[in-house]
Design a protein around this ligand. Structure first.
Ligand code: SAH
Length: 339
């Protein structure tokens, strides 16, 4: 049985069932979540006998770093991670403004089928487990030191792996364990509206980003199959609810694809949708992937879009691509080897 996915209550019960004192659970929990330790041998504050007992009863998931890609243009690193069942995911480490951020995957592959995104091109394999999600974070911390921010923007649709993601985030934010602040965590969704309500109703008040990308439903449906299920109007209702419940301003991600979604009409519609709302629009240059024929968005195109939106009173910023030379930018992660 894996041990790193247990909350303190569960761990206490397991430890007591082994005939040990309850407070031992706290010690073990701290070693796992505060010190990012992933072997019982290293828990030197426990007796040898207890360590042996733990080894006999529990295990840690092993994630293998198959390859590390280091960007030459910035300090971004991309990790090709192999799970115990040999499946592969990717995670990214970014270090800018003295803040260490990691971008993690939530699933092996993705069901969403967005036309412009590499993560979905090999289909969906399975959800990542809580144990794997936790280990993905702590593994990157062991390599890079303590992390300030976590963005769940790697491979997969996190809200499609809802229960595991919630338990994982409850563990990371637990004051008795890792104690990561809620505002240092961002979850990005392609717009699973029912799950946005569910997320708002949890005790978590993490940051929410929604991959909008188009101002009109008819356009969005051509590139994002999820748009057939939930309209932009549904998204706005759900994000209004999220803001009301958490008081966190929602971000809308908008990959600018020249002449496709940056026309006068698109800008007018975005303005109509968001002018009186406390939201943030994050413009993203399209990062090229083999299967989507458009070119990387030119700087002047994205700058112009920002200028137009700002002129109309919207709060729009640009997300600069990190690690572009190692395919580590938004939408470029996949569950196989590229080279
Ligand atoms: N499935 C979630 C989490 C992934 S986040 C979601 O869709 O939000 C990854 C972000 O990168 C999303 O906003 C996604 O739409 C965006 N993206 C996908 N392909 C891209 C590409 N080729 N260039 C730039 N951004 C892309």
């Amino acid at each position: 049985m894996y041990i790193n996915d247990k909350n303190l209550n569960e761990l206490e019960e397991l430890i007591v069932n082994l005939g040990e004192k309850k407070f031992r659970a706290k010690q073990i929990y701290r070693q796992i979540h505060k010190n990012a330790i992933n072997s019982f041998e290293q828990m030197t504050d426990l007796s040898l006998k207890l360590r042996k007992k733990l080894i006999d009863n529990f295990k840690f998931p092993k994630i293998n770093v198959l390859k590390t890609y280091s960007s030459k243009v910035d300090s971004t690193k991309k990790y090709l991670l192999q799970l115990e069942d040999k499946n592969i995911v990717e995670a990214v480490f970014m270090n800018y403004d003295d803040r260490k951020t990691i971008c993690i995957s939530s699933q092996i592959g993705c069901k969403m089928g967005c036309k412009f995104c590499a993560s979905t091109k090999n289909g969906f394999v399975r959800n990542l487990t809580v144990s794997e999600l936790i280990e993905q974070v702590y593994l990157l911390e062991r390599i890079n030191g303590n992390i300030n921010n976590i963005v769940i923007m790697g491979i997969g649709e996190p809200l499609d792996n809802f229960d595991n993601i919630i338990k994982f985030l409850n563990l990371l934010t637990d004051k008795k364990g890792r104690n990561l602040s809620h505002r240092s965590i961002t979850i990005s969704t392609s717009g699973l509206c029912n799950r946005i309500y569910d997320l708002a109703d949890t005790d978590l008040d993490i940051k929410l980003a929604v991959s909008l990308h188009y101002a009109f439903d008819y356009k969005r449906r051509q590139y994002m199959p999820i748009a057939n299920k939930f309209s932009i109007d549904d998204i706005i209702k759900a994000t209004d609810y999220y803001f009301k419940k958490t008081n966190r301003r929602v971000s809308f991600e908008y990959v600018v694809i020249d002449e496709l979604n940056n026309t006068k009409d698109d800008i007018k519609e975005l303005t109509r949708l968001f002018k009186h709302k406390n939201v943030h629009i994050n413009l993203i240059p399209l990062n090229p992937i083999e299967e989507f024929k458009y070119e990387k968005t030119k700087n002047n195109v994205i700058d112009k879009m920002q200028e137009n939106l700002n002129k109309n009173g919207l709060n729009a910023t640009i997300r600069h691509s990190m690690g572009i030379d190692i395919d580590a930018s938004c939408g470029q992660l996949r569950n196989n080897y590229m080279r």
